[in-house]
Design a protein around this ligand. Structure first.
Ligand code: SF4
Length: 364
């Protein structure tokens, strides 16, 4: 433990008392609400989680209620948050909590990490913040703050860098009266003040303790991560209409892989752009008037996807047909929602605009 640690802890906790955001999962804190909030916050901005969290815990106020729910309803309430695997894991965790722990989220990190979707960080965050356990919890924000505090310029994905961050967090938690407050304060400082770009050192309670600031290297620590190369693929999404009050044909994606078991319009996926004949031949039903309406780019963790949006008509009756304005309750990816929204506009015909792709992604 460094000699300056007690000052760091005291300054951080005072700052957190003053500046902490009023977030709904901080108002009513239980193991279950913390589990839901942590699942939603992984890789998703707080502003977006705020739009979904209240409705989710209103519909599923306990682990037991979530465990008893149908997966399609859980996914439907997850819409807009993306990364649906987290929703499935949360659903699985609720079932396990109900079966093994009588509906109460366990307090021990070793039990918590056995729940689906719960890693070392989430387990430690719940154990410390909700149950007051003396456990360090290091997320991306905390790791950045700690790296700057000690001017540790190791690559953020390097195992030694990560181990060092956990050790430093354990040091700080070791001298905190309230371990959960300390953990939350570190995360909050990383989210609001010690941001990835342009940290606001002038407003930082740790400025006098910060070695990166003393060395003028706060903008260069941590070093940037190498950009991941993404695969380029093409999704040819066809909004097939039937009847006068138009119904559209929908299909469910396979149980495995990206967007598993979500709904979509018939979509032909290919490593290259297909011509209109190839799209038509690959569709599950015979169609007429197949017309390209426009394209847009969509980015996932591992892929650049160009969506080519078509409309067509069909007299086919088999399959899942829904009124276009009655698809809200079906879990769908944001990209497929955009396809449907575009097709509503294109029934009056303006093309969907194609935004420019960021330069970094070109050629990948
Ligand atoms: S002084 Fe600046 S770089 Fe150091 S912890 Fe505070 S915000 Fe981050």
């Amino acid at each position: 433990m460094a000699r300056r640690d007690p000052q760091i802890v005291a300054a951080l906790c005072r700052w957190f008392d003053r500046e902490a955001r009023d977030l709904p999962w901080r108002r009513r804190r239980t193991g279950y609400t913390a589990l839901v909030a942590e699942a939603m916050l992984q890789q998703t901005q707080v502003s977006r989680v705020l739009q979904r969290y209240a409705a989710f815990v209103r519909r599923f106020p306990t682990a037991g209620a979530l465990a008893a729910a149908d997966e399609q309803e859980v996914l439907s309430l997850w819409q807009g948050l993306g990364y649906y695997r987290r929703a499935r894991h949360l659903h699985g965790a609720a079932k396990l909590i109900t079966r093994l722990y009588g509906g109460r989220v366990p307090r021990d990190v070793h039990e918590l990490v056995n729940l689906p979707g719960v890693g070392r960080y989430t387990a430690a965050a719940i154990a410390s913040i909700v149950y007051g356990k003396r456990e360090p919890a290091v997320d991306g924000n905390t790791q950045r703050v700690l790296a700057r505090l000690d001017a540790n310029d190791g690559p953020p994905m390097d195992r030694r860098t990560i181990r060092r961050a956990w050790e430093r967090a354990a040091d700080l938690v070791g001298c905190a009266a309230e371990p959960g407050t300390l953990n939350e304060a570190l995360m909050e400082l990383g989210a609001l003040v010690c941001t990835p770009q342009k940290p606001r050192c002038g407003r930082c309670p740790l400025a006098s303790q910060c070695r990166a600031l003393a060395q003028g290297r706060q903008d260069r620590i941590p070093p940037p991560r190498p950009a991941a190369r993404k695969k380029q693929v093409h999704h040819h999404a066809v909004v097939i209409f039937r009847g006068g009050a138009p119904k559209v044909l929908l299909e469910q994606r396979p149980a495995h892989g990206m967007w598993s078991r979500l709904w979509q319009v018939p979509t032909v996926e290919a490593p290259r752009r297909l011509n209109i004949r190839e799209v038509k031949d690959a569709l599950p039903v015979p169609v007429t008037g197949l017309t390209l309406r426009g394209s847009f780019e969509h980015q996932t963790t591992h892929r650049w996807i160009t969506f080519h949006v078509y409309t067509a008509g069909s007299r086919w009756r088999k399959g899942r047909w829904r009124r276009l304005d009655d698809t809200e309750d079906l879990p769908m990816s944001n990209a497929q929602r955009k396809v449907l929204a575009g097709s509503m506009r294109t029934s009056a015909s303006p093309p969907i605009r194609r935004p420019p792709r960021p330069a970094a992604a070109r050629g990948s």
